[in-house]
Design a protein around this ligand. Structure first.
Ligand code: NAP
Length: 489
């Protein structure tokens, strides 16, 4: 049985190429096909190619073959290809958003926001391609000259997760293309369709054969391992869970690959008693509910000053409780399904654990019966210290609220995690804001705002949220090596 309900849904799914893209050719996977399902119904949408290890090696062969020419390709032309892809994605934003919602579940308006965000990386890096420079300096002793130049790292492997099916790709592909690197891209098996469309768009706007190669596979570990151990690969850029990131780092140590690791998060959202509580609730709504809570940047725990904690929890509960839950394609839906049954069970388990230890559900607290993987937007108050969801990534529409007495306690609680991706701080006191921001152990901070993602800014974490930065002027550095030439004069 198919889940598709309208001719437009059928059209956007039909137009996706379902094969592997290797060396500029679309071809079948040696292992047959794998099914992609609609998380709103649990029913299949379509099938895409299932790659074997030989297919994956062929993709790397193509990336290696195209590397010398692409490294020499005029930067202006590399940038213009990205610019044309930005225009094409923008023009087709509606259909790409519908496709994304069908495979990933979030409401179409949110998918559209991701398309815009994802396309922005292509626009940004189209502008960066012509700004790769070097340095010329007189040696301190005056005897010689120091020359540095930036060169593409070489063939890259880019592995992306299901939660942002397009943007997690463009923020790697954009800088790789701009820098002159070739690549093998592997999207998550649950959401390959957006990336397949992206490969088609890049082909249509003139990306040369072999620069980007795309593999979809039912066994990531099996297909990716031979590439990671292949001495021709130069870099691995991974976005996904910390657990898988650790495994990949271990494998990558064999060839000392350049690495970028964009891993899990456990973002604290701190509200001081001098904050504008309504603005904080509004920011919390974005930080928590964007992407149905399935974002590495999702506010995972709310630390709120004792004097305003109840008020904050009630206002947030009113907002979350009023949100319409349903299939992301339906009008007015604000909360789609979670990605699959196991993600929903994990959310249920974490909520039950917190309630079992004394937390109270101000709103929600339950999975929905029926088809699809829906979970009610939930606010938990009086969350005890030992509740698992204060330590683990929830990845769902659940907001645990915990109160604090003073600034010191708030900072200590915020930093009490192995993760360090992002934190949010709400305060109207500038001195406090800077004091707290400086002491937070995260790669990013949202100061009086609930969203940090921006193609012009360096996105990334510290601690077990990984390392490396995507976006901003920093983003392209991940794909460049510095060569130093000692010049005898
Ligand atoms: P995941 O299970 O780690 O998977 C991520 C990607 O890695 C998928 O393409 C997956 O393929 C692949 N993979 C899994 N095991 C592999 C292996 N042994 N070898 C090679 N590839 C392997 O993560 P996820 O569940 O898709 O995504 C959610 C996680 O991503 C969360 O922890 C979230 O915080 C994190 N995330 C971080 C950022 C950031 O920028 N810091 C952004 C978005 C998401 P399969 O689909 O075949 O399993």
């Amino acid at each position: 049985m198919s889940t598709i309900t309208t001719p437009e849904e059928q059209r956007v799914v039909d137009q996706v190429p379902k094969q592997l893209y290797i060396g500029g050719e679309w071809r079948d996977g040696a292992k047959g096909s794998l099914s992609v399902e609609d998380p709103a119904t649990g029913e299949p949408l379509c099938e895409v190619a299932d790659a074997s290890t030989d297919d994956a090696v062929a993709a790397l062969d193509a990336a290696v073959g195209a590397a010398p020419e692409w490294a020499q390709h005029p930067p202006r032309e590399r940038g213009e290809i990205l610019r044309r892809a930005f225009e094409a994605i923008t023009q087709r934003a509606d259909e790409l958003a519908l496709l994304m919602t069908l495979e990933m579940g979030k409401p179409v308006t949110e998918s559209k926001a991701e398309i815009t965000y994802g396309a922005e990386f292509f626009r940004w890096f189209s502008e960066q391609a012509v700004r790769i420079d070097g340095r010329y300096a007189v040696a301190p002793n005056g005897q010689g000259r120091l020359l540095t130049m930036k060169q593409p790292v070489g063939p890259c492997l880019l592995i992306t997760p299901w939660n942002f099916p397009l943007a997690m790709g463009t923020r790697k592909i954009g800088p790789a293309v701009a820098a002159g690197c070739t690549m093998v891209v592997k999207p998550a098996q649950q959401t390959p369709l957006s990336m397949l469309m992206l490969a088609k768009i890049l082909e249509d706007v003139g990306l040369p054969k072999g620069v980007l190669n795309l593999i979809t596979a039912s066994s990531s570990s099996e297909t990716m391992a031979p590439l990671i151990s292949d001495s021709r690969l130069r870099k691995l850029s991974f976005t996904g869970s910390t657990e898988v990131g650790r495994k990949l780092m271990e494998q990558a140590s064999q060839n000392l690959l350049r690495l970028s690791m964009e891993l899990g998060g456990n973002a604290p959202f701190i509200v001081f008693d001098d904050a504008d509580v309504d603005a904080a609730v509004q920011g919390a709504l974005i930080a928590k509910m964007r992407n149905v809570g399935e974002a590495c940047t999702a506010a995972n725990r709310f630390h709120v000053a004792g004097g305003v904690a109840d008020q904050f929890a009630e206002k947030l509960a009113d907002k979350l409780g009023a949100m319409k839950v349903g299939r992301g394609t339906e009008d007015g839906v604000e909360v789609g399904p979670l990605i699959d049954a196991s993600q929903r069970s994990k959310v249920s388990e974490l909520v039950e654990d917190a309630i079992g230890r004394g937390a109270k559900a101000v709103v929600g607290g339950h999975a929905r019966d029926g088809a699809g993987y829906f979970y009610d937007p939930t606010v938990l108050a009086d969350v005890p210290e030992d509740a698992r969801l204060l330590k683990e990534e929830i990845f769902g529409p659940v907001a645990p609220v915990k109160s604090f007495d003073d600034e010191e306690e708030a900072i200590a609680a915020a930093n009490d995690t192995e993760y360090g991706l992002v934190a949010y701080v709400y305060t109207s006191n500038l001195k406090r804001a800077l004091r707290v921001v400086e002491r937070l152990e995260t790669g990013m901070v949202g100061l009086n705002q609930g969203l940090v993602s921006n193609a012009a800014a360096p996105f990334g974490g510290i601690k077990q949220s990984g390392f490396g930065r995507e976006g901003g002027p920093e983003g392209i550095e991940e794909y460049l090596e510095t060569k130093y030439v000692a010049v005898n004069l």
